[in-house]
Design a protein around this ligand. Structure first.
Ligand SMILES: [Zn+2]
Ligand SMILES: [Zn+2]
Length: 416
């Protein structure tokens, strides 16, 4: 028998965490935070035989240093790209925690402890334990992202992590060749909708950037540091317009470029990155916005970072534009702006007059591609996590002949 306890990330997007107990070994899969409200998963007992993380995004990884603070001495199995990116994201997260939170979950020494205990496992590689083995496979979501396959007691459990099946400018699509899967734990961020055609989205971005710049304005593109920044950069690289990179996306791109095989086309990203202007000091920002340009910067959901500085100066200019490029978690400045047209953050409270667009550059798959994947793999059971509408999706899947469930945080699934 295998028990999987869901610590977080059920019926929500954020704070993923699962405790996998094979009877002989205990594994922690993911241990993240809710990036908006610092929501945490249920705290497990610290006695694991291994900790696995599927990719660097903080909703999957943001609390991992706390495990070390609480006494875990074992390995963190992860793709090397993920560890490199985590080093950046966790340090930034610690900085924000220090400025925003009363109780801090971990300290620099814990991040360093995690880094020392990282054991690299790349897509296609397997780690053996006493009874079980765990292998990683390409997930196509961001550089370093993997799906995780556990084989134990004659059962095969596959966790998608965050997954994208279709290739993008940055990434090759996910591996889908899995057979005899007993339990598929599937992300379902976009279980309720399909993404628009990617080419239309890409052309839309290029057109908005060109139109804004030719009209004398500045095009602000808030983007997550890891994955989205590089995808947007690749999309704009051949336009021949001035592009600025500001914030954590610069260091994240440098880290990704240290792992040439983690992306589809190393040369293209390397060239695009070397052509882009990197903003190294906050004092440069006033000068940059004096001339037409595109600025790719953090935070992707407008909840902090240099984007706030740009927005506070440009919101009233009708010749400028703001292009949001990714999922906006409820409660974030970005989500509120999309829903109400009003942007509130700290001292800023405005109704921007600049053109605002949302272009769905998602690094997640969608409704139809999830179902296509389930039809191909034909798992005996589908467990839906990492989505706001998992119960509805489970119903739909059961109506199609699948055996799907949408657990709650704290539930345990027994596989026997
Ligand atoms: Zn992710
Ligand atoms: Zn995620």
């Amino acid at each position: 028998m295998i028990d999987i306890r869901f610590l977080g990330g059920c019926r929500e997007v954020g704070r993923m965490g699962m405790l996998v107990d094979t009877g002989a070994e205990k594994f922690l899969w993911e241990y993240g935070i809710n990036v908006e409200n610092w929501g945490k998963p249920i705290k497990p007992e610290i006695n694991f035989d291994g900790v696995f993380v599927s990719h660097a995004h903080l909703d999957h990884s943001g609390l991992l240093p706390q495990i070390y603070r609480e006494g875990y001495e074992g390995m963190l199995y992860s793709d090397p790209t993920t560890i490199d990116l985590l080093s950046i994201l966790l340090r930034d997260s610690l900085k924000i925690q220090k400025s925003e939170c009363n109780d801090i979950d971990f300290f620099m020494e814990d991040i360093k402890h995690l880094e020392r205990n990282a054991s690299f496992l790349k897509a296609g590689e397997t780690q053996d334990f006493t009874l079980s083995n765990v292998s990683f496979h390409n997930a196509g979501h961001i550089p370093g992202s993997v799906t995780t396959l556990l084989e134990s007691r004659g059962k095969r459990v596959l966790f998608t992590g965050d997954i994208k099946f279709q290739g993008t400018q940055l990434m090759n699509g996910a591996d889908t060749n899995f057979q005899n899967i007993d339990v598929l734990i599937s992300e379902s961020t976009y279980s309720y909708t399909n993404h628009p055609d990617r080419t239309v989205i890409e052309n839309g971005l290029r057109k908005t950037v060109q139109r804004t710049i030719y009209g004398g304005g500045v095009c602000l593109i808030p983007a997550f540091a890891v994955g989205r920044t590089q995808e947007i950069l690749l999309n704009l690289s051949d336009l021949g317009v001035p592009i600025y990179l500001d914030g954590m996306g610069v260091r994240a791109t440098e880290a990704i470029l240290r792992h040439a095989k983690s992306i589809k086309d190393y040369k293209k990203l390397s060239n695009a990155f070397s052509r882009a202007h990197k903003v190294t000091r906050g004092s440069e920002r006033d000068r940059i916005i004096e001339k037409p340009c595109a600025i790719i910067t953090t935070a992707g959901m407008l909840n902090g970072g240099p984007i706030l500085s740009y927005l506070s100066k440009l919101h009233g200019r009708e010749d400028c534009s703001l292009v949001m490029t990714g999922y906006q978690v409820p409660g974030t400045g970005g989500r509120n702006l999309m829903e109400t047209g009003r942007f509130v953050s700290g001292e800023i409270d405005v109704r921007p007059r600049m053109r605002i667009e949302f272009l769905d550059f998602s690094a997640h798959t969608d409704h139809d591609h999830l179902i296509e994947f389930y039809k191909k793999v034909r798992p005996k059971k589908i467990v839906l996590v990492h989505g706001e509408k998992t119960e509805e999706f489970a119903k739909e899947l059961n109506g199609m002949g699948f055996n799907a469930v949408a657990p709650k945080n704290g539930d345990t699934l027994r596989i026997d």
